[in-house]
Design a protein around this ligand. Structure first.
Ligand SMILES: Cc1cc2nc3c(=O)[nH]c(=O)nc-3n(C[C@H](O)[C@H](O)[C@H](O)COP(=O)(O)OP(=O)(O)OC[C@H]3O[C@@H](n4cnc5c(N)ncnc54)[C@H](O)[C@@H]3O)c2cc1C
Length: 757
């Protein structure tokens, strides 16, 4: 059955309190024929309501985090981490750094707010900004560790700048924060604000209660004081005064994020986007602004998460209506709301219509409300089921039974049986062909110099065509790198789903722009190709490369005693399989992308510079399969040391949970030629041997006395580390590939090494 491209694009910039609701609703009831794209600056979002509790050690950190990778994947939305640089309202596109513009038919901006800038010119390390909240805890922990490392202090002065609700909660959380880390340290606390009142927006009884609690704890409150400088020892005020303090937490009042400045949309005096009551910007386009980012012109409310959350359902309704041309409904902000301030000691101060309490039950109520909110965004299993059950989803997000990327390859044994059955005519022009299969063929056209040629393509494995385009180029060129060839030209082989020609154009443009970025970097260009309509997105390239004077590095050229060096960690197949099940965690995304997007060009050049003769790239058949191809071609055996095999973050956890690529069982056919001690089969690296790699690393056979040099050249070239993972042995009877936990130095090693000469 052919998939069709969605007719319209809905884009959300920033996934916070309001937009998280849209992504969640998308899973339950996606808008037909619309693709949802989320642009984010971090793979996670934080829930500010739980930050103070997390600081005080009342929650584990994960409790305040929304994993956007899993949320988007479970909902069938595509998630792009990128920096927004502007809007082209004429063309209805979002401009982003380093990639093609993202088209929209409806757009919503909800990137929150940030504290006004702290004064510069002092010691910037003395200040820890509360935003971005995703990194706040790390930055705070790091700074505190530094302060305690430098001198054996027994006291610390901590100032919080900003006496709004957030600043107050952070102040109240500090004793518990330091108690857990440095219980013997005396904490001196200062609360500073340029305004003369604390807790703006709180009623008088609540303010009195807050002040009593601050007094009881001995917090020095300095109001009406404007901070002009901080140097890590003192904070200086505009009135000439100062106060001693080692660390400043900056939670000053909210201002518009810088990203809003260049959008060309009408703003209020603080730089937030002005909207009407429907949450649509007053510019009148199909652009909405929500949460802290928007200011409703006729009903200005404080910048509070409560309003951001309440806007979710109205925005959801209005986005649907905008896309179907219906009239919009209005958001009616409530006059007041229940306020609950955590005091960091399993109590909270509650404020409601002039009533105020400070008690344990208030904390329990806050904990219940916050917990219920986060539960909606932290349970992905149900979400994944819902996403699969609710049709229609965007084409690339329909449930995929088979793995994609290089995990979508046909099993190695199928291919070899077919090649055996075919009667392939010999040719005098083929220098390396199917009689000695390698990563690429080497052909000498009549009267010409040898040309290295290969073709590689795969089904789209992520909902980000630009990224898929980049990986497709790197993956295809990698076969040439493995033979020591320099790519010259590429011919595209693309399939795109049926749909509106404008959407097809956008898709193909994104795919090929990504590829061109990589071709440009490797010194190659696009010279042609063929694009057809088909059931799903596939992309690959036929690549042509030149060869230098030295012979190609072939699979068949291993030498007994060579050490085997692997240039990238394993695990892309498992991580991509997990992503299809909404199980790929946000913290693993950077590792995955860095492997996918690291070119094998420089590692291959380094190998050639060192006279390496045998290498291959590790792709669909996994490390075991590709190494066995080399061993079989060279008529030799090898030992692999499982404890030295590098794995991508997350791989081990997923293997223990039983996640694997659909190609892994076919790859285990390699076991027929392997000797595997029983006790090693429980190691995660054993399972990873059969994991199909998309844009995997090179497996390089380096003379034993040069392997350390090769590995250390990686660091000098700024490449991710390479690892020695095994050694080539002699040929003969018995299994070609032996597994061991680690390298054992044997007496006959010198003999094995000596075979090279
Ligand atoms: C310590 C603290 C405690 C608080 N407690 C409460 C409380 O108990 N109750 C309450 O009502 N309010 C509270 N607030 C206020 C509340 O946090 C905000 O009002 C709320 O976060 C606004 O939600 P939002 O969706 O507009 O923005 P956010 O929830 O901040 O979401 C914006 C998202 O956009 C992302 N983003 C930012 N810039 C970009 C960019 N350029 N491109 C892409 N993405 C971007 C951010 O990373 C973030 O994930 C508190 C604030 C603080 C600082």
């Amino acid at each position: 059955m052919h998939e069709t491209l969605p007719k319209k694009d809905l884009v959300l910039i920033g996934i916070g309190h309001t937009h998280a609701h849209i992504v969640r609703m998308w899973k339950m009831n996606p808008i037909p024929d619309v693709r949802l794209t989320c642009v984010t600056n971090f793979w996670k979002a934080t829930y500010s309501g739980m930050l103070p509790g997390t600081l005080a050690g009342l929650y584990p950190r994960e409790r305040m985090e929304i994993d956007l990778v899993r949320l988007a994947s479970a909902s069938g939305a595509r998630l792009i981490q990128a920096k927004v640089t502007g809007l082209d309202r004429q063309r209805q596109t979002v401009l982003v750094e380093g990639r093609p513009p993202i088209p929209y038919d409806a757009l919503s901006i909800g990137i929150g707010s940030r504290p006004v800038d702290p004064p510069t010119g002092g010691n910037d390390r003395a200040v820890v900004l509360i935003k971005p909240m995703q990194t706040f805890l790390d930055r705070l922990d790091e700074r505190v560790a530094e302060l305690f490392e430098s001198d054996g202090r027994d006291s610390i002065g901590v100032a919080v700048v900003g006496a709004g609700a957030g600043g107050l909660e952070v102040t109240f959380a500090m004793p518990a924060y330091f108690e857990r880390r440095h219980s013997r340290c005396r904490l001196r606390q200062i609360l500073i604000d340029r305004h003369t009142a604390i807790g703006r927006g709180l009623d008088a009884p609540t303010v009195r209660r807050v002040r009593r609690e601050l007094e009881r704890r001995g917090v020095e409150v300095m109001l009406g004081r404007d901070v002009v400088r901080m140097d890590g020892r003192r904070v200086y005020f505009s009135d000439g005064g100062d106060v001693e303090c080692d660390l400043v937490l900056w939670a000053a009042s909210a201002r518009a994020p810088d990203a809003l400045h260049g959008l060309g949309l009408p703003t209020d005096e603080a730089g937030f986007l002005l909207t009407d009551s429907t949450l649509r910007t007053i510019a009148g386009d199909a652009i909405f602004a929500v949460g802290d980012t928007g200011t409703i012109e006729a009903a200005r409310t404080p910048k509070a998460g409560v309003y951001a959350v309440r806007q979710g359902p109205i925005l959801w309704e209005n986005l649907r209506r905008q896309l179907s041309g219906e009239s919009l409904i209005s958001f009616q902000p409530q006059k007041g709301f229940l306020k609950l301030l955590s005091t960091g000691d399993r109590r909270a101060i509650l404020s409601w219509k002039g009533l105020s309490f400070h008690a344990r039950w208030c904390w329990k109520l806050k904990d219940y409300i916050d917990g219920r909110f986060m539960d909606m965004y932290q349970s992905f299993d149900g979400m994944a089921d819902g996403a699969m059950a609710s049709a229609p989803l965007p084409p690339t997000r329909r449930m995929k039974v088979r793995c994609t990327g290089c995990g979508g390859k046909v099993g190695g044994s199928v291919l070899s049986r077919v090649l055996d059955r075919l009667d392939i005519p010999p040719s005098e022009h083929v220098l390396v062909g199917l009689d000695q299969p390698d990563d690429a063929a080497v052909i000498r056209p009549p009267g010409g110099r040898p040309v290295v040629a290969t073709a590689d393509f795969f089904s789209s494995f992520l909902d980000d065509p630009y990224l898929v385009g980049r990986v497709a180029a790197l993956n295809s060129a990698s076969d040439l790198f493995a033979l020591g060839s320099k790519p010259v030209a590429a011919l595209a082989l693309a399939t795109i789903p049926v749909g509106d020609p404008r959407k097809q154009e956008d898709l193909l443009f994104e795919l090929l722009s990504g590829s061109l970025r990589e071709f440009r970097a490797m010194g190659a260009t696009l010279v042609g190709g063929h694009t057809i309509e088909g059931p799903s997105i596939t992309l690959g390239f036929a690549m042509l490369g030149g060869s230098d004077e030295s012979p190609p590095t072939l699979k068949s050229q291993l030498v007994t005693g060579d050490l085997l060096v692997l240039t990238k960690p394993l695990g892309t197949g498992i991580l991509l399989a997990a992503h299809m099940q909404a199980r790929l965690k946000a913290e693993w995304m950077d590792g995955l992308q860095s492997v996918l997007l690291t070119s094998n060009q420089r590692p291959a050049e380094l190998a050639r510079e060192m006279g390496v003769r045998g290498m291959t790239d590790v792709t669909g058949f996994g490390l075991a399969g590709h190494l066995l191809e080399m061993l079989s071609a060279s008529g030799l055996s090898a030992e692999l040391w499982l404890e030295t095999l590098p794995l991508l973050p997350g791989t081990e956890e997923l293997i223990r949970d039983g996640v694997e690529s659909t190609l892994a069982p076919a790859n285990r056919a390699a076991l027929a030629e392997m000797d595997v001690p029983m006790e090693l089969q429980r190691l995660p690296t054993y399972a990873a041997l059969f994991d199909p790699q998309t844009s995997g690393g090179l497996l390089v056979a380096v003379a034993a006395d040069r392997a350390d040099d090769y590995v250390s050249r990686f660091a000098a070239a700024g490449l991710p580390p390479a690892r020695v993972v095994g050694q080539v042995g002699r040929g003969g009877r018995g299994p070609r590939l032996k597994l061991a936990a680690r390298r054992v130095h044997r007496a006959d090693e010198a003999v094995a090494g000596g075979a090279r000469s």
